[in-house]
Write a protein that binds this ligand. Structure first.
Ligand SMILES: Cc1cc2nc3c(=O)[nH]c(=O)nc-3n(C[C@H](O)[C@H](O)[C@H](O)COP(=O)(O)OP(=O)(O)OC[C@H]3O[C@@H](n4cnc5c(N)ncnc54)[C@H](O)[C@@H]3O)c2cc1C
Length: 468
């Protein structure tokens, strides 16, 4: 930026995790920032509503790195719960624990989206050059002029002039649509033939958790899946994933009797954990799962996209938000590297990110099969064990895929390439064949892998205040 001219004005559309973080980063660079959000200010919501209305997200290394750089991590961590691994709930009621990494730093944090947003907005709003405008929906963007039209909740419209527009407005981005109008732009959107619905596993009387608190809980059934995230008050938010159609699907679960019969058969321990199961299941909305890929991510030096606005993925690697926060860091870095040439910064940002978020979508699709199907199978568990053992023996040369994706900032495409190389090597060595045939070894591996859940410390979360 030149020193004498007024700093450029950024219009950010959307104050979700990516938009609110971008407001902090651009504010720190000295830009004048106006962030427009169609929803109400999450700081006005009562605390009780935050947990009831919010989806829970798994925050991991990439997101933590971005939030640390923005100086908000300590406040964010105050509302997070540590998850050291996943507890698998088998159909026969047996529980087993799989750690998330090879050491105690390799864990996830469960955080409510609204709580995270509130902290980000609080931090951004402390800066004099950052302003938020809630209840303002972007209806139109002029990509060459960098103007945008916003409609308030009261119907009033306002045309705002910026120097550039940041589209942080999610998977159905209005900015993207206006930016790509009549352009030779690529856009791919797909829906999973599964949807999701949330249920609350309340805390037990006295506030303790009914299931291990510091873990994600997974009920993998092949044709149905539940994943639950812990909340600081001892409750858990469980997400039920099911096909939209078919014999065991949302379409066939329409009455209380059908719902209760289904859970008794597929997830026998769940009715004891969710007191109002049928009422919640039938009353809560069913969400769809969308994935998108697109290009370009920017228009000259006038518009740029971040987060789900340029790459929505299914939630099965817990990376959508983490990747969006990482986008913001990369964009901020590029603006720092090209202070006098915003178009070059935007282009370098797209170059650095797009191949990686495309790779993430591939990774997520594979992980869906793993989560719903194989997480519970002895061959899978034995392979995970072998991966961790090789990692301990050759820490630099052999890194499990999950570790690369979740516990490092290695570019996703490189993680995928390294994983494929590792897989090829194991295949050449015949490891898969050995695992499949050597039943006694499998049983031993299974015993090793399935540590009883009572071995997991059950102290209520005390998230650390600092993160390197
Ligand atoms: C069930 C589920 C579980 C998930 N779990 C995880 C997880 O564990 N870990 C993880 O990393 N990710 C997870 N994700 C993905 C994560 O939620 C998204 O990747 C993340 O929210 C994207 O952030 P964003 O800021 O880019 O977009 P969004 O969160 O979609 O925010 C966009 C914002 O823009 C606003 N907006 C939209 N249109 C306009 C407009 N026209 N004008 C003004 N404002 C507008 C919206 O109101 C919203 O506040 C999950 C997703 C789902 C559905």
């Amino acid at each position: 930026m030149t020193t004498n001219a007024a700093p450029p004005r950024a219009l950010i559309v959307g104050a979700g995790p990516a938009g609110a973080l971008m407001a902090i980063l651009l504010g720190r660079r000295g830009y004048r920032v106006d962030a427009y959000e169609r929803r109400a200010d999450p700081r006005q919501l009562p605390d009780a509503d935050v947990e009831r209305r919010s989806i829970n997200l798994g925050l991991s290394h990439r997101g933590i790195t971005a939030l640390t750089r923005a100086g908000v991590i300590d406040d964010v961590m105050r509302t997070a719960v540590r998850a050291k691994g996943r507890v698998i709930h088998a159909s026969d009621g047996r529980l087993s624990f799989q750690p998330y990494g090879s050491n105690e730093r390799e864990i996830l944090y469960s955080i409510s989206r609204i709580a995270l947003n509130r902290e980000l907005i609080r931090h951004a709003d402390r800066m004099e050059n950052v302003r938020f405008h809630f209840g303002m929906r972007c209806d139109e963007v002029d990509r060459d002029a960098a103007t945008a039209v916003f409609r308030g909740d009261d119907g009033r419209t306002e045309r705002v002039q910026g120097d550039f527009v940041v589209g942080a407005d999610g998977a159905y981005s209005t900015v993207r649509q206006w930016m790509h109008r009549n352009e030779r732009a690529d856009f791919h959107q797909e829906y999973l033939d599964w949807g999701y619905k949330e249920l609350l596993i309340p805390a037990a009387p006295g506030g303790s958790s009914r299931i291990e608190l510091e873990a994600l809980h997974i009920w993998p059934r092949g044709d149905a899946l539940i994943v639950s995230h812990p909340n600081p008050d001892g409750s858990h938010t469980a997400t039920v994933f099911l096909p939209w159609e078919g014999p065991r699907s949302f379409a066939t679960l329409q009455t209380e009797t059908q719902v209760m019969r289904f859970f008794a058969e597929a997830f026998p321990d769940v009715p004891g954990l969710v007191p109002e199961l049928a009422r919640e299941f039938l009353g809560h909305p069913t969400g769809s799962l969308v994935a998108t890929r697109t290009a370009p991510w920017h228009h000259r030096d006038r518009c740029v996209l971040v987060g789900d606005g340029c790459h929505a993925v299914y939630p099965f690697y817990g990376q959508g938000m983490n990747a969006g926060l990482e986008d913001c860091l990369v964009l901020d870095d590029q603006l720092g590297r090209h202070p006098a040439d915003r178009q070059a910064a935007f282009a370098a940002y797209q170059n650095a990110r797009k191949a990686n978020t495309d790779a993430l979508l591939e990774l997520v699709k594979d992980n869906f099969d793993e989560l719903r199907d194989t997480a519970n199978q002895p061959t899978f568990v034995a392979r995970k064990k072998l991966d961790l053992l090789l990692h301990r023996l050759f820490p630099e040369r052999w890194i499990p895929l999950y570790t690369m994706v979740v516990h490092t900032t290695m570019p996703y495409a490189e993680a995928l390439r390294r994983h494929r190389r590792q897989e090829r090597l194991l295949r050449r060595l015949g490891v898969d064949a050995v695992l499949a045939l050597a039943l006694p070894a499998l049983v031993a591996a299974r015993r090793l892998a399935f540590r009883p859940v009572r071995g997991v410390p059950s102290a209520k979360a005390r998230p650390p205040l600092t993160h390197a």
